[in-house]
Design a protein around this ligand. Sequence first.
Ligand SMILES: Cc1cc2nc3c(=O)[nH]c(=O)nc-3n(C[C@H](O)[C@H](O)[C@H](O)COP(=O)(O)OP(=O)(O)OC[C@H]3O[C@@H](n4cnc5c(N)ncnc54)[C@H](O)[C@@H]3O)c2cc1C
Ligand SMILES: NC(=O)c1ccc[n+]([C@@H]2O[C@H](COP(=O)([O-])OP(=O)(O)OC[C@H]3O[C@@H](n4cnc5c(N)ncnc54)[C@H](O)[C@@H]3O)[C@@H](O)[C@H]2O)c1
Length: 494
Amino acid sequence: MKHYDLVIIGAGPSGYAAAMRAIDLKKKTLLIEKSTLGGAGITNGALSSKTLWELSRDMLAFRKNLDRYHLEPPKAVWKEIQVEVQNAVQERVHLLDSHLQELQNNPKYATYIDFIEGEASIISEHLVEIETLDERLAFETDYIIIATGSRPRFLPNIPIDEKYILTSDGIEQMEDFPESMVIVGAGVIGCEYATIFSGFGQTKVYLIDKGDSILPFEDADVVAVIEKNLEAQGVHIHRNSSLSRMERENGKVRYTLNFSDGHQETFEVDKALVSVGRVPNYEKIWKEAVPIKMGKRGVEDHDTNTSVKNIYAVGDITADINLVNVGELEGRYAVEKIYGSPKRKLVYENISTIMFLNPEVAGVGYNEKTAQAKGLNYKVVTTDYSTIARAVAKRNTQGFIKLLVTDDDEMQILGMRVVGEQASAAIQAVALLISMEKGIEELAECVHPHPSITEGIQESVRALLGKSILKSGLLKDKVNCYCYDCNKKERVMF
Ligand SMILES: Cc1cc2nc3c(=O)[nH]c(=O)nc-3n(C[C@H](O)[C@H](O)[C@H](O)COP(=O)(O)OP(=O)(O)OC[C@H]3O[C@@H](n4cnc5c(N)ncnc54)[C@H](O)[C@@H]3O)c2cc1C
Ligand SMILES: NC(=O)c1ccc[n+]([C@@H]2O[C@H](COP(=O)([O-])OP(=O)(O)OC[C@H]3O[C@@H](n4cnc5c(N)ncnc54)[C@H](O)[C@@H]3O)[C@@H](O)[C@H]2O)c1
């Protein structure tokens, strides 16, 4: 029986990254994928939804520009949008596919990588079986990395058929823009699709929110901007509502909501999207004899180690953050851990994220909610986009920068949120400083290009240090600094 150093199950972002790191270390590696290379990082996930978001954003901007010149906007055609999304997906899958083939044909790498299309399962600690289209294969291995990802969570009694009642796995296969759509779950996926469909301007979107605000993990000031824009685009948010029934009836979707004030109402729409979180793909991956422990939200791992010594788990299958960059980080880390000791610890504090909303929201580290939950005292500066020359030039000053630092002389950076145009471009310098456990002096003194959004970050830092150009608290809601005392639960402006 053929023997490998390492078998990796799943070629999404985490599995693929792990395989590439194993090649660097000259380990004989087998990568197995049962469906499409790139997993949810490409198909029905990150890349496809971001392509939709970009197209929707272009359409929104186009409509606004035409409006400026009193011209009638054209209608977006779903089939054309769909083709563009498929092109993006195929380009990316093709890139990975060609890359794998090149590796397998190149004498420098060929010894170290094999790729098999098929469904893998772990029979015992050192034995993996694969069912391909026409045969069943078995391989021995020293180590295994499970990178089988996640899938949409279903709700009991909601009959998802991926035609009328959809998840993110079915939404891109729709035949046309629906005239109306309800989205169940106002988290990241729900809010991104609400932004996308309201941006195209052909779908009346309803968003079901269990609580009194969407994106329940974000600070209220961030949420306020996003909610305002969604509503301005015609999105109706059903606040404090719980879904009691949803069913398909005469080609429509009928749903009934119970509101927290006691009343109940029934609505009818063309389509529904259920986006209430994801569940790990763990069923059938290992046999009962393999004692891998599962937690409520995924494989219980300790820095990528599972409860079985030679088996590791990375990416969405584990119970932490579900993101492409986190999956890749864990995949690479697991390989380095198996074959030595990684140079850096696996830390999640400096993970940067972007939520593709209107406007985009970039984040890294703590926000006020998470800092308060941790019992931290902190200082905050908020700087409005209207103080940033680049935003003024763009004629879009909606948004702000919010930076949190420790409430001591060092002012170590705890986290940042940027809501507004080019937010994503502004976040990385701060992510680096967090990972280096640095204070804010470095940012204050580094010269930023002009006009740029990052100048706003520099001014924010300078405000905390008491040396900004626009002084804190003088212009209402422009630049404000405050301390938060977790014991007293109070803010003090400075
Ligand atoms: C709509 C949507 C939008 C998203 N947007 C973003 C975003 O903007 N930014 C971001 O960072 N993240 C985003 N994410 C999250 C991101 O896609 C995931 O966190 C990431 O893809 C997880 O990578 P993974 O490799 O762990 O799992 P996956 O990408 O799920 O890949 C797992 C792979 O394993 C394969 N597999 C499963 N079982 C087996 C088996 N038995 N044998 C062989 N192969 C198997 C699957 O076919 C799949 O290809 C988004 C997700 C969704 C659904
Ligand atoms: N831009 C990005 O980085 C990006 C984009 C999309 C997805 N993702 C990843 O994918 C993951 C999954 O996204 P998601 O939006 O499905 O999950 P989520 O955890 O972000 O949001 C789920 C939402 O559904 C709500 N909910 C749960 N049960 C409900 C019910 N019965 N009725 C109504 N609402 C209910 C929750 O309160 C929550 O707001 C995210 O955690 C994220 O890591 C990231």
